[in-house]
Each structure stands twice: as structure tokens, then as C-alpha cells.
Design a protein around this ligand. Structure first.
Ligand code: CTP
Length: 405
């Protein structure tokens, strides 16, 4: 994506064992990571592990210069963000007072980069007034925090104090590094396929992994939007900072999206909505023994409402300024079919993708899309990771929002 320079400072709590995973999450996203550790942290995780994963030397000594420069200043200046994970109660207290008696505290004090800390400690240490006061002092100085989560703690207690998952911390770091260009905007994203019940165990559904819609929701949240993800069936985890409502059928999705529409500035309909549903769903399981021995089962399908078209009608009727984006998944005749859809539904932009390609679209992490505009312009994008397609799409959405204010 956009490789950034991240300093990971590790302090001496048991959650330090998750530091290698965090380095992997950050380098896996294409970032350049350098680690510094407190002496206590090296008792929980070997510097060698972080060195191998980050492919940079790992410092733990304020006076042991590896670069020939003054290390803590060189590292502090190099960073675009300094991430302290885990940060212990002790380190929070030291930073609140400006104590710099080791490499980690010196780097944190010397840097001009944004700071993000992920606390991890025993629940009672976390809840102690002095810890909360020290943390408030850090927040006042602009430190961002992620976590801690509640759950089973290494010390045997239960409660708040678990360091957030490395993937969540990596997302939080990404957010600190991203311009908050959608701050103050409420964005509704639909994703995944809807599922139309036949009986209590069977359903008619559309194929969709939900990955494209989830990538859009994640990107919008990184840019500071207040994101509501309306998700059909998908096993995907909710992206960092996103509110999620799970729905089953198209009728449920229709109800949620139209209910939430008035409070939103942007609607992006990446869901694969089933166009038809069984006229009647049996509340009990249909049994073969109740059917004629060799007979089939006739299912009468009726049309579902077109959510995107109804959203566009509602926006026009209410004189709303919402930006509405649809998707068109086509197996042939892609651009003309997307243009007809754009016209029929009346949205601001259609993202067309060719589902006959095996390297893009369904269930893969990349997509090759074209942006189809009402004035006839077509923008064809190269095959890109879905996160990058999402970023390109949100750039267009921001431009449309700018034109409407
Ligand atoms: N869509 C919707 N409600 C429906 C059907 C589709 O909101 N009942 C939205 C999808 O979320 C997508 C766009 O409309 O943003 C186009 O969906 P697609 O399935 O490609 O097209 P359809 O309108 O269903 O037309 P067809 O299946 O005939 O291609």
C-alpha cells in the first residue's frame, strides 16, 4: 500500500510475547518497522526474533550506538509513528513524568511523530487511580491509545488489561498514519450475500465473500468516518473502528439501510443482494418423506426490493445530498451492463467488475474494477488489492462530497 516508517517500542510485560506477531502484521502490510525494547522486555521476548522479523537491528541500550549516530535521536527522527506495545503501568508512569532512563523512554520523548500506546497489565493495576491519572496525562499530550481488552489475564485475574490483538493494534497504527479526510461523515457500507430462507435449514443465496465491502468499511474507518457495516452472511471479522449490523435476508437489509439512510452522508452498496426469495418460508424443515417419492420440490420465488434503487429514490425525494455508490458484478458485456444499471438505479457511481476473471472478484483479495460515471466516463483500474480499490473508491467519494458542500 503506502509503506511507512514505524518504530515499535516494547516494554516488559507478559504481552510482549505478542510483539513478533505485531511486527509481522505491520511488515505484512508493507511497512518498514524498527524495534526498540526495554531491558525487561528482553526477558519476555528475544531481540533476535524481532531483529529477524523486522530485518533491522534491535536496540535496548541508550548508550550502545549501532548507527554511528545518537541512536535514540536517529530512531525518533526516522519514525512516522511510534507505537508502544505493550506499555506497562511502570512505563506509563515514567512517560507521564518525562523520565528518560532507557532507550524506549528517550525515543518516545525525542520523537515528533504521533504516538500510539497499547496498555497491558493486571486489571487492578489498570483500574488504579494513579495509572488512570498518568494515562490521562499522556492523552492530554496527544498520545493515542488502543485497548486494553477485557478477558482472561495472564496473572489469573479476569477483566480489563489484555493487550489488544496485534491485528487491531496494526489497524490503529494505520489510522494514526492516515489523513482523517472522512472525519465527521457517516458512511453506510453493505457487504456479503443475503440469504433467503426456504425452510429452517435451507436458503437461497448469492455468492459473495464480502471482502470488497469489508475492505471499503475498513478504509473509511481509517479515514476517520463513522462507519456502519450492514453485513450479510460472511465469516469475516469486523474491521477496526467499524459498527456492524448483521442481517439475513434482503428484506432485513432493506429495512436497516433505509432506516439508517437519513443520518448518513454516504451509502456504498457492495452487497450481493439476492434478487428473489421463496414466496413462503417453512418454519419447519421440509422432509423428503412428506414429498411424492420421485417428485422434485417446486419453490415459488418472488422479487426482492431493489435496495439501491430505493435508496436513490429516497435521496432524490428528500432532496438529500448523500453520495450513493452501487456495484455491478457482471459475467459478460461488463461496461454496457453497468451503464444500464447506473441509469436504471440513479446512483452517483457504479463500480463494475468482471466476475468471469478468476484472479479478481469473488473470494480473492484482489479486484479489477472500472468506475462507471453518469456522464459516460469510464475509469479502468489495474488489478489491485481490495484495500487499494477501496482507497481509490473513497478518493472519488470524497471528491463528490466536496462538490456537494
Ligand atoms: N442491489 C440492491 N438490491 C437488489 C439487487 C441489487 O441493492 N435487490 C444492488 C447491489 O448491492 C449492487 C447493485 O444493486 O450495488 C447491482 O447489483 P447486481 O446484483 O449486480 O445487479 P441487479 O440489480 O441484481 O441486476 P442483475 O442481477 O439483473 O444483473
Amino acid at each position: 500500500m503506502n509503506p511507512r516508517r514505524i518504530v515499535l517500542a516494547v516494554s516488559g510485560g507478559i504481552a510482549a510475547y505478542k510483539a513478533p506477531e505485531l511486527v509481522r502484521a505491520l511488515t505484512g502490510a508493507g511497512h518498514n518497522v524498527r524495534c526498540v525494547m526495554t531491558r525487561d522486555a528482553t526477558r519476555f521476548v528475544s531481540p533476535l526474533v524481532l531483529e529477524a522479523l523486522s530485518q533491522h537491528p534491535v536496540g535496548d541500550d541508550l548508550f550502545d550506538s549501532q548507527s554511528g549516530e545518537i541512536d535514540h535521536i536517529a530512531i525518533a527522527d526516522w519514525a512516522e509513528v511510534v507505537l508502544v506495545a505493550p506499555i506497562t503501568a511502570n512505563l506509563i508512569a515514567k512517560l507521564a513524568r518525562g523520565i528518560t532512563d532507557d532507550l524506549v523512554t528517550a525515543v518516545v520523548l525525542a520523537t515528533r511523530a504521533p504516538l500510539l500506546v497499547a496498555p497491558a497489565m493486571n486489571v487492578n493495576m489498570w483500574n488504579d487511580e494513579v495509572t488512570q491519572r498518568n494515562l490521562a496525562a499522556l492523552r492530554e499530550r496527544g498520545f493515542e491509545t488502543v485497548g486494553p481488552d477485557a478477558g482472561d489475564l495472564a496473572c489469573g485475574w479476569q477483566g480489563e488489561g489484555r493487550m489488544s490483538d496485534p491485528a487491531v493494534i496494526a489497524d490503529a497504527a494505520e489510522r494514526v498514519l492516515t489523513a482523517q479526510s472522512l472525519s465527521g461523515q457517516r458512511v453506510i457500507v453493505t457487504a456479503g450475500g443475503t440469504s433467503e430462507p426456504i425452510d429452517s435449514v435451507r436458503s437461497v443465496t448469492n455468492r459473495s465473500s464480502g471482502k470488497m465491502g469489508f475492505a471499503i468499511a475498513a478504509q473509511a474507518a481509517l479515514r476517520g468516518a463513522d462507519v456502519l457495516l450492514v453485513a450479510g452472511e460472511t465469516p469475516l471479522a469486523t474491521p477496526f473502528g467499524v459498527d456492524r449490523i448483521d442481517v439475513g435476508s434482503a428484506l432485513e437489509m432493506h429495512e436497516v439501510v433505509l432506516r439508517e439512510l437519513a443520518g448518513a452522508q454516504v451509502v456504498i452498496k457492495a452487497a450481493a443482494v439476492a434478487d428473489f426469495r421463496p414466496r413462503e418460508a417453512s418454519t419447519l424443515k421440509i422432509k423428503k418423506e412428506d414429498l411424492a417419492p420421485d417428485g422434485g420440490l417446486q419453490i415459488d420465488l418472488v422479487r426482492n426490493p431493489d435496495i439501491l434503487a430505493d435508496v436513490c429514490t429516497e435521496v432524490k425525494a428528500s432532496g438529500g445530498k448523500q453520495v450513493v455508490v452501487g456495484f455491478a458484478a457482471e459475467s459478460h458485456d461488463v461496461i454496457p451492463a453497468a451503464q444500464r444499471k447506473l441509469e436504471r438505479k440513479g446512483c452517483d457511481l457504479i463500480v463494475a467488475n468482471d466476475i468471469s476473471r478468476s484472479d479478481a472478484g469473488f473470494n480473492v483479495d484482489e479486484n479489477a474494477v472500472s468506475f462507471v460515471w453518469p456522464e459516460g466516463e469510464i475509469e479502468e483500474l489495474a488489478l489491485l488489492p481490495k484495500s487499494q480499490v477501496a482507497a481509490e473508491l473513497l478518493d472519488r467519494v470524497e471528491k463528490l462530497l466536496g462538490e456537494r458542500t
